[in-house]
Design a binder for this molecule. Structure first.
Ligand SMILES: Cc1cc2nc3c(=O)[nH]c(=O)nc-3n(C[C@H](O)[C@H](O)[C@H](O)COP(=O)(O)OP(=O)(O)OC[C@H]3O[C@@H](n4cnc5c(N)ncnc54)[C@H](O)[C@@H]3O)c2cc1C
Length: 292
């Protein structure tokens, strides 16, 4: 199964095994033979770089019954395959407070929960009432926000648990004010970040004080605009690497490794990738500071 077309980057080799599950029953049946082995869950691939040789572990994805959204009194119920843009769009249209932080963030509810997607200050788990995951043995588990221990683009929930849905807080607000907040957030994000080319969003996690944002660090070592093959650290935003034309995963990794090497040498900072890297050799992973 070719994976490039299933990722936002449009990069990467095939999956040896790929399966889509449309209901909890199907998913439980699909996970059963995988228990004890490593598999990966793919959402929209808006935060995943797949290696050029592809991925050996089985890949699963959600569809059908998992793609639902329902707004009621003061909550939204969403399936793991529902789009974050649909969730945010519904919240905006219905005048629900507290969702503008997620404007223009591509991906699914499942991917957003795994990444604790959001802004520097707010993550998706700040809006979770409970989330539901399926364990490798097919059990359905409800997780409260404090159990997930959410942090900056991270949670403490086993990697093999598949998020199948969640209930989010969505209190009613003043519709005109809500709409204005969303519009402004979208305007700022689209103005500053890269939507016109395939990318995975921010490449590096922000190193935090006193070093500043990741883009500032990348700028200080002169990597803004750097090109390798079909990949470029964009002129518009130096924490984005875009596929500017038939980029390979090796092109992206090459730019990341060069950036990280320069930053380490010049400032002693160990940059850590925000994007997820699938199917890479241990030496590639260590060259960009990713866990094996
Ligand atoms: C232009 C652009 C702007 C972006 N801006 C932001 C931003 O402002 N803030 C931000 O946080 N991110 C941002 N991102 C990154 C991306 O949108 C988020 O990380 C998003 O949550 C990815 O969702 P996904 O469904 O595409 O997940 P994927 O990329 O498919 O997967 C990401 C991770 O989640 C796991 N996963 C996916 N689905 C599930 C599931 N159902 N259960 C368990 N694990 C799962 C995967 O295994 C993987 O580890 C941006 C990306 C782009 C391209």
């Amino acid at each position: 199964m070719p994976l490039a077309s299933l990722t936002r980057y449009r990069i990467g080799g095939p999956a040896e095994r790929f399966a889509r599950f449309a209901s909890p029953l199907e998913l439980a049946g699909g996970l059963e033979p995988l228990e004890g082995s490593t598999y990966r869950v793919l959402g929209w691939g808006a935060n995943v770089l797949v290696s050029d040789r592809g991925v050996r572990e089985p890949i699963i994805s959600l569809s059908g019954e998992f793609d639902h959204l329902q707004i009621s009194a003061d909550v939204v119920d969403a399936g793991g395959a529902a789009g974050l843009p649909a969730l945010v769009g519904d919240a905006r249209r219905e005048g629900r407070v507290g969702w503008d932080f997620l404007e223009a963030v591509p991906g699914t509810v499942g991917g957003g929960l795994r990444m604790n997607a959001g802004s520097a200050e707010i993550g998706l788990w700040d809006r979770v009432v409970w989330a539901e995951a399926m364990t490798p043995s097919g059990d359905r588990v409800r997780i409260q926000p404090d159990e997930a221990a959410p942090g900056y683009r991270s949670i403490q929930v086993p990697e093999q648990w598949v998020f199948i849905g969640a209930r989010f807080a969505a209190p009613l607000g003043e519709p005109i004010a809500v709409n204005a907040l969303h519009a402004e957030r979208r305007r700022l994000k689209v103005e500053a970040q890269v939507y016109e080319l395939p990318s995975c969003g921010s490449i590096w996690k922000n190193p935090g004080p006193p070093h500043g944002s990741a883009w500032e660090v990348v700028d200080r070592v002169g990597m803004r605009g750097a090109v390798r093959g079909g990949a470029q650290i964009t002129e518009k935003h130096s924490n984005f690497i875009a596929n500017v034309g038939d980029a390979t995963a090796a092109d992206v990794i090459g730019l990341m490794a060069e950036t990280r090497r320069r930053v380490l040498e010049a400032e002693g900072i160990e940059l850590e990738p925000e994007i997820r890297l699938w199917g890479f050799e241990p030496e590639d992973l260590s060259s960009v500071g990713a866990a094996p």
